[in-house]
Design a protein around this ligand. Structure first.
Ligand code: ADP
Length: 186
């Protein structure tokens, strides 16, 4: 049976780390739009240069661009057993496009996991990374963009599972953590 998951959370909430853990455990691919977009920037194509201008400012790239990326990625055979969407959808428009795609494929989402972390912890965590868009003023702006454009998805997915902050943060900071440190799907 396929396991189709969405990980929703602000920048620095640990989506990538949690998705990697789920990939190992359930053998389903992690699909991180941020990674795919950064690869396009690296490729240095005209499209990559256009993408870069959004990433550098901490703005979302246009919906159509990421929706096309996801449509293409979900058509690849390794997604048959399931997938973890990490960083998509990020707007209501993207969520509606995802619903339409999944309806066509006749595979509804199994769970939407929301990683909830307070702003100061996010800034602290982003401050420890070294990505170009993790500079304090851009990081701060990305959190605002999350609150404006992505947080409304919390209402869009009424059956979303909110993972406890502690359960997420404890293993990340390496303060021990028990067996029950992953976000749990319903
Ligand atoms: P973070 O969650 O820390 O912001 P990501 O790697 O998920 O890191 O995203 C980095 C950047 O990539 C975002 O600031 C945005 O510019 C772009 N991006 C990623 N996913 C999307 C998306 N679904 N829609 C629009 N832009 C996106």
């Amino acid at each position: 049976m396929a396991l189709d998951l969405v990980l929703l959370g602000p920048p620095g909430s640990g989506k990538g780390t949690q998705a990697a853990g789920l990939t190992d455990k359930y053998r389903i691919p992690q699909i991180a739009t941020g990674d795919i977009l950064r690869a396009q920037v690296e490729a240095g194509t005209p499209q990559g240069q256009r993408v870069r201008s959004y990433l550098d400012r901490g703005e979302l790239v246009p919906d159509q661009l990421v929706v096309d990326i996801i449509r293409h990625r979900l058509s690849e055979p390794d997604t048959e057993a399931g997938f973890i969407l990490d960083g998509f959808p990020r707007t209501v428009t993207q969520a509606q496009a995802l619903d339409a795609m999944l309806a066509e494929l006749q595979r509804p989402l199994d769970a939407v996991l929301y990683l909830q972390v307070d702003r100061q912890s996010l800034l602290d965590r982003l401050g420890q990374r070294h990505r170009q868009d993790d500079r304090p003023e851009i990081a701060d702006h990305r959190i605002d963009v999350f609150l404006d454009q992505t947080a409304p998805l919390i209402g869009y997915y009424p059956e979303l599972v909110a993972a406890a902050i502690d359960d997420i943060i404890r293993p990340l900071v390496g303060a021990g953590g028990g067996p029950n440190t992953r976000p749990t799907a319903s």
